[in-house]
Structures are given as structure tokens and as C-alpha cells.
Design a protein around this ligand. Structure first.
Ligand code: FAD
Length: 363
């Protein structure tokens, strides 16, 4: 999405003619910096500059095992570089459930990535054409010597140089522009969309914001950010896709959930594809089939999550999802099978007993 700032924002605060005078800010985000001693002098790549490389570095250290760090670490390793992935947390992809992150962790290590978790970078030193990273973890001091360093620690909102104060638009450098549930800034004539105004930084969310602003600003719509169902995906191999709440988040909000997990090792298509290291996990509100969240680890998890996203957005329960006929053999059939696990819990002891006897007789 391109940034839209065609006229100075402050000059448009007339309070009149709302629809024609509204303005949008969509300046996005930029690579976050890391205050590591010696890093600036040694030189480093960011999640923007890395795409301008014309030669494959022989050895590369990726600092930060978030989505972009993990994706790029796997890419460089598969291109043939020797990759060391350094992460301060005890696991990669800290926002994801541990069981999901572990599947990707295993895949990275299988590919040959040297993974160092729980480590704190002490400093970087340039030695001729090489860069030496000193880091501490439970095992003591490590030295990692590489040709390139890639900082993969995420993105911060691009709020500088906009003179937002003059337009009375509140912001902070970490969280970006303050918006209400309709994406209006503290100046009611100005809306903000995308990375500059959102904790979630995704292309599809920026697109949803832009469409929401059009409706809210031009067609007097009342669409709310809080009502959006936002899926996301990390494009490692396997991918991790998620929508809705994690179990821990549900617990924090006092929502009791039951969780149904279908391993891909029991799904014929995944076995045929040799892609069995994954699962579909669905959380439903206890006592109902309302889907409150789901995580999928699979080669095409990003494709598969849309079925559950649609179910959440349309208020379709997991029982109904289980009634939907899925083509065989597909990996998405794992979703139907997870729903089947839920449906089995709905059987009364009497019906369960009848079915058990029926299957025993017909065996
Ligand atoms: C390496 C990488 C991989 C990613 N992968 C994915 C992915 O797989 N899936 C996904 O959903 N998201 C991904 N993202 C995130 C995604 O790129 C962003 O969420 C998305 O681009 C945000 O859109 P936006 O319109 O808010 O901002 P941007 O796309 O960043 O657009 C903002 C524009 O505004 C311009 N601008 C900035 N300041 C000013 C100014 N003062 N005046 C005029 N113009 C200005 C910028 O130059 C830029 O062109 C990735 C990001 C990175 C860095």
C-alpha cells in the first residue's frame, strides 16, 4: 500500500465537510534497530536491505528468531549459506505456542541451521572482512564469526517527519499512531491504516484497514477493528498459521476452552506427501462448539487456516465444520478430523455404548 499524505494534515483540520476533507496516514513501518555494541561499525543487513544482496554470504548470523528471522534463516541455509540463528528467548517464534514453534525449530535444525536460543549478544567486532559476534548463553561465552549479520528483530512504525504534533495526532514511537476502533486518529479528520497504526503488521491487515477506512470515512460506515478476525502465517517450511486466541490468551480472558488436535501423521495426504510433522489444533469455548482460536503447522498452513478463519468470522461452529465434506486425500481433511474429535465428545454414554456394540458386532 502506498502512503497517502497528499496535503499537510494540519491545514485540513477545518471541522467542515467531513468526507471530502478526511486524510489517511499509511506510512508503514521500518526495520527496528538493535543497540548492540560495535554493530553499526561492523555493518549489518536489515529485513529491508537483505533483498539487495547480489552474492550469497558463505556464513550469516541472523539475530532474532521471529517470523522474518526464521523465514530468512531457512532460505539462506537452503541456498547453501551456513546460518546461525540467535534468539534471546528460550524458543523461536515466541508468539506461537511452544508445540507449534518446536516443529519449525526441528525443521530448521534438520536443514542445518545452527540455532542458539536463550542467548544475549554482548557485542560485535569487525575483523577485516569478517564479523565476530560475542554472545552469552547458559553454556557460557560464544564467539560466532560470519561474513554477514542480518538483524531480524521486527519493525517499528514510521512516524518520523510527519509533523503529527501540528495536526494534534497522538502517537508514540513504539506503538505508532493512536487510533480508535474505527481507525480515526486523535484528529477526527485523519485516519491511519496499516503498520503505522497497528500492533499486528501484515499486508492483509493493511488492506483490510484501507477498505474499512473507505467505508467508515466516505460511506458513514461503523466498521470496527476489534471485530476483525485476523489470521497470520509464518512462511517457513513447515508453515505456522494461526487465527483467534491462543489457549493461554483465552485463559487470561477467563474463557475456558477445550482443545482438539489432529496430528498430520494420521492424515493420509500428509503421509503421501511426506509432510507429517505438523498438526491442526482448534480451541472451542467449553460447553459449545464456538471456535475461539486455531493453530496449524503444515506445509501449506497459510492456505488451510482460511477455512477456520471463515468459520470464526461467520460464526460457524466446529460441529458444522466437521459436517462439511472435504475432498480425499487432502491435508485440509485434518480440519474435518479435528472437528470429528470434537463431535465424538458430544455422544451420550448411551449412544457411545450402542455404537461400540454395533462396531463390535459388525467387525
Ligand atoms: C521482510 C518482510 C517480510 C514480510 N512478509 C510478510 C508476509 O509474508 N505477509 C504479510 O502479511 N506481511 C508481511 N510483511 C509485513 C508487510 O510488509 C506489512 O505489514 C505491510 O507492507 C504494511 O503495509 P502498509 O501499507 O501499512 O505499509 P508499507 O507497505 O510499509 O507502505 C508504506 C509506504 O509509505 C511510504 N512512506 C513512509 N513514510 C512516508 C512519508 N513520510 N511520506 C510519504 N511516504 C512515506 C513508505 O516508503 C512505503 O512505501 C513483511 C515485512 C517484511 C519487512
Amino acid at each position: 500500500m502506498r502512503a497517502v499524505l497528499s496535503r499537510p494534515i494540519a491545514s485540513r483540520w477545518t471541522g467542515k465537510n467531513f468526507a471530502s476533507s478526511e486524510r489517511r496516514i499509511a506510512t508503514g513501518a521500518r526495520a527496528a534497530a538493535l543497540p548492540i555494541q560495535g554493530l553499526a561499525e561492523a555493518g549489518y543487513l536489515t529485513n529491508e536491505t537483505v533483498f539487495s544482496l547480489t552474492e550469497l554470504p558463505r556464513r550469516i548470523a541472523v539475530i532474532g528468531a521471529g517470523p522474518i528471522g526464521c523465514e530468512l534463516a531457512q532460505v539462506f541455509q537452503r541456498f547453501g549459506a551456513a546460518v546461525t540463528l540467535l534468539e534471546v528467548a528460550p524458543q523461536i517464534l515466541i508468539r506461537e505456542d511452544r508445540d507449534a514453534a518446536e516443529r519449525v525449530e526441528r525443521a530448521l535444525v534438520r536443514d542445518g541451521v545452527e540455532l542458539v536460543t536463550g542467548c544475549k549478544i554482548a557485542g560485535v567486532e569487525r575483523r577485516g572482512t569478517e564479523k565476530a559476534i560475542s554472545a552469552d548463553n547458559a553454556g557460557g561465552r560464544l564467539e560466532i564469526v560470519v561474513d554477514e549479520i542480518l538483524i531480524g528483530v521486527g519493525r517499528v512504525p514510521a512516524v518520523e517527519g510527519l509533523n503529527l504534533e501540528a495536526a494534534m495526532i497522538e502517537y508514540d514511537k513504539q506503538n505508532g499512531i493512536k487510533v480508535d476502533d474505527y481507525l480515526r486518529t486523535t484528529n477526527p479528520l485523519v485516519y491511519a491504516a496499516g503498520d503505522v497504526a497497528s500492533a499486528y503488521k501484515f499486508t492483509h491487515l493493511s488492506d483490510a484497514h484501507a477498505r474499512m477506512i473507505l467505508r467508515n470515512a466516505l460511506f458513514l460506515g461503523r466498521q470496527r477493528v476489534s471485530r476483525l478476525t485476523i489470521p497470520w502465517c509464518t512462511y517457513t517450511d513447515p508453515e505456522i498459521a494461526h487465527v483467534g486466541l491462543y489457549a493461554a490468551e483465552a485463559a487470561q480472558r477467563g474463557i475456558e476452552v477445550d482443545t482438539y488436535t489432529q496430528e498430520l501423521s494420521e492424515v493420509d495426504r500428509a503421509v503421501l506427501d511426506g509432510e507429517t510433522d505438523g498438526f491442526v489444533k482448534v480451541h472451542v469455548r467449553r460447553g459449545s462448539d464456538e471456535i475461539v482460536g486455531a493453530t496449524i503447522v503444515a506445509s501449506h498452513a497459510g492456505e488451510m487456516i482460511s477455512e477456520l478463519t471463515t468459520a470464526i468470522a461467520a460464526g460457524v461452529g466446529l460441529g458444522k465444520v466437521g459436517d462439511v465434506i472435504h475432498p480425499y486425500p487432502t491435508q485440509a481433511d485434518a480440519i474435518r478430523r479435528a472437528a470429528g474429535l470434537y463431535s465424538r465428545t458430544r455422544l451420550t454414554p448411551f449412544v457411545a455404548g450402542l455404537m461400540k456394540r454395533w462396531f463390535a458386532l459388525t467387525r
